[in-house]
Design a protein around this ligand. Sequence first.
Ligand SMILES: [Zn+2]
Length: 229
Amino acid sequence: MSAAGTALVVSAHSADFVWRAGGAIALHAARGMAVTVICLSYGERGESAKLWRLPGMTLDRVKTDRRKEAEAAAQVLGAADIQFWDLGDYPLTLNQDSLFRLVDVYRALRPAFVLTHSHQDIYNHDHPATTEFTQHARIVAQAHGHNPSEKVLGAPPVFLFEPHQPEQCSWTSPRSGTRNAPRSNAWPARSISGNITSASPCSAAPRRRGIPTRRRSPMARATRRYSRT
Ligand SMILES: [Zn+2]
């Protein structure tokens, strides 16, 4: 395990983590953190339109190409590990086996923070399903009665990807702010559990070349708080 700790990114489809959290992954990897990316599916049916326009395309070829792209992106970003669970998309199929598999990942990694999708996305049901799944696994990982011989998980903060239409997903960020969204729809900075925080992962990216930036990211601040408890 990296001395700088670990982070977990749960991506519904194999390209989601790249444009929704690429800056945050690169930043924290550059700081020595071991970032694990889990792609629950390849996005082979719903998020691979360009590939499906090519002649003779098959589901297996789409998956193979999406995997290569995601592996290359993860390498560029400096992720320590990328996993492909191939659970299908449109719809993503999540069951107890996959839930317990993610629980095992939580307990093995003991991430300092978690990144996943927003709670709402009216354009994509796989994304909020992934959010619910990720949060559910985190809660199960904290349960003393689940595989009681293992050490339970603490309470790593969960950060949410900014959706591409935040003003239509009841999502605003104090940093990225969505001008058109009414304030009453703004996502609370902290949930009732005190561990879910909305913040654009991109806001954690360095503003200009030269990592690390002096400014502490929202994730870094939350991680410091978590590591003190
Ligand atoms: Zn997606």
